[in-house]
Write a protein that binds this ligand. Sequence first.
Ligand code: HEC
Length: 138
Amino acid sequence: MKLALGLAVCTLFMGAVLWAQSDDFAEYQGWMKSNGATVADLNKNLTAKDGAAAHADVRKLQENLAMVMAYWQSRNVNDGVRFALDATYGLAQVDVLVTQKKFDDAAAALKTAQASCGNCHMAHRDKAPDGSFKIKLK
Ligand code: HEC
C-alpha cells in the first residue's frame, strides 16, 4: 500500500516536471514568434516612416528580450544574457534614430541589432529534423 502510494506520488511529480518543461518552452517560443513578427512589422513601419508604430514595435521587442534575458540568466548561461542585452542596446539605437526621423539609418541599425538575434540562434538554437526549433542550453 505504502509502495503504491509512493509510486503514485512519484509519477505525479515526474508528470509535473515534464509539464513544467514543456510549458516553459511554449512560453519561450511565444516570445520568439512575437520577435519574428514584430521585426517584420518594424521593417514595414520604418519603410512607411510611421514613427509611432515603429516605437511601439521597439517596445514590444524590448519587452520580449527582457523575458529572454531573464530566462538565460536564471540558467546561468552568460552568452545568452549577453546576446539578449546586445539586441536590446541595438534596438535602443533604432529608437533614437526613429525619434530623429532618420528612418533609413534606423533600418540599418535594425539590421545590426538583428545580428545579435542571429548570434544567439547560432549558439543556442537547434533545428530538429522536422524543421521545428529547439533550445540548446550549452
Ligand atoms: C538569447 C538568445 C536569443 C536571442 C537574443 C534571440 N533568440 Fe530567437 N530563438 C532563440 C532560441 C533558443 C530559439 C529556438 C526555440 C524557439 O523556437 O523558440 C529561437 C527561435 C526563434 C524563432 C523561431 C520561432 C519558432 O519556433 O517558430 C524566431 C522567428 C526568432 N527566434 C526570432 C528572433 C528575433 C527576431 C530576435 C531578435 C530580436 C531573436 N530571436 C533573439 C534564441 C534567441
